[in-house]
Design a protein around this ligand. Structure first.
Ligand code: R5P
Length: 290
């Protein structure tokens, strides 16, 4: 087995190869003056199972295309099997055509991945697990939520309140609750399909005088977390923490989250960022051997 840490997940890929104690092959990459991507393998992968580690956070299209080129290169150099680890799988939120005329983006990604020759895909907390059925090869979705929950447990959080910003994130809260064993609840969030604007209904949740930890799969613009934090603060929450698996943190989202009064943001290295306090390397290494 050989690990190939892609340009978007260099550190994570290196940690995985160290933990597994297997060889890694470096990849040279650059952009041509017109913006096209270039990659070149710096080692031999002949007859090996190759594990390519490449997250597909922003800039998503570039990250996906670098991945496609890496798969093409390892196949061309005689790899026996190609397993791809994309902790954050871009386009997975467009898992249906919400409006007439839209593309089914994740299905298009599945077709591209199949066509280029990926044999197996491992991802982390994909937005909707059932979209993996669109991929015509073995896939696995692993959860980093227990790792996030243990982070708070180790910091001695007790009698806090676990909050989902919408009902759809309650499965995340249920997982965190198994570790933290705290009271929990959810808010009602609605997103305008045309403008993307979020509306959160005022709702009674028992947070008065409590520390609240809001869990979500993704923080992108931060709008969801900021609205949820404002609402629980209005209801008397003492402190608010934000936890997520994929800290996309677009533009100045991190700054806006802190300005909104959120105490701390805790994320994983699914997307390398200032808030990536937890590494997915042990979880993903274990998965490769299960
Ligand atoms: C959506 O359903 C996801 O679970 C997240 O709540 C969403 O992607 C967060 O996006 P933003 O930070 O832009 O509100």
């Amino acid at each position: 087995m050989i690990v190939l840490p892609g340009p978007a997940s260099k550190k994570l890929g290196e940690k995985i190869s160290d933990l597994l104690n297997v060889k890694k092959v470096e990849v040279d990459f650059k952009f041509f003056p017109d913006g096209e991507s270039y990659i070149c393998l710096k080692g031999d992968v002949l007859s090996e199972e190759v594990i390519i580690v490449q997250t597909t956070g922003p800039p998503q299209d570039t990250r996906i295309f670098q991945l496609v080129l890496m798969v093409d290169a390892v196949k061309r150099c005689g790899a026996k099997k190609v397993t791809v680890i994309t902790p954050y799988l871009a386009y997975s939120r467009q898992d249906k055509c919400f409006l007439k005329g839209e593309a089914l983006s994740i299905e298009a990604i599945a077709k591209i991945f199949k066509a280029v020759g990926i044999n197996r895909l491992i991802t982390v907390n994909i937005h909707e697990e059932q979209v993996l059925s669109k991929f015509p090869f073995p896939t696995k979705n692993v959860s980093a939520v227990p790792l996030l929950a243990y982070y708070f447990k180790k910091k001695n959080f007790k009698k806090s309140f676990l909050l989902a910003p919408d009902k759809g994130a309650m499965h995340i809260i249920e997982e965190a609750k198994k570790v933290l064993n705290m009271e929990c609840g959810y808010l009602d969030k609605y997103r305008d399909r045309y403008t993307g604007e979020i509306r959160m209904e005022k709702k009674r949740v028992n947070v008065k005088g409590r520390v609240v930890i809001i869990f979500d799969d993704i923080i992108s613009t931060g709008g969801t977390m900021i609205k949820a934090a404002a609402l629980v603060k209005e209801l008397g929450a003492k402190k608010v923490y934000a936890a997520c698996v994929h800290p996309l943190l677009i533009g100045n989202a991190e700054e806006l989250l802190y300005e909104s009064g959120i105490e701390k943001i805790v994320g994983t290295d699914s997307i390398p960022s200032n808030v990536s306090k937890i590494s997915l390397a042990p979880l993903l290494s274990k998965e490769l051997y299960s």
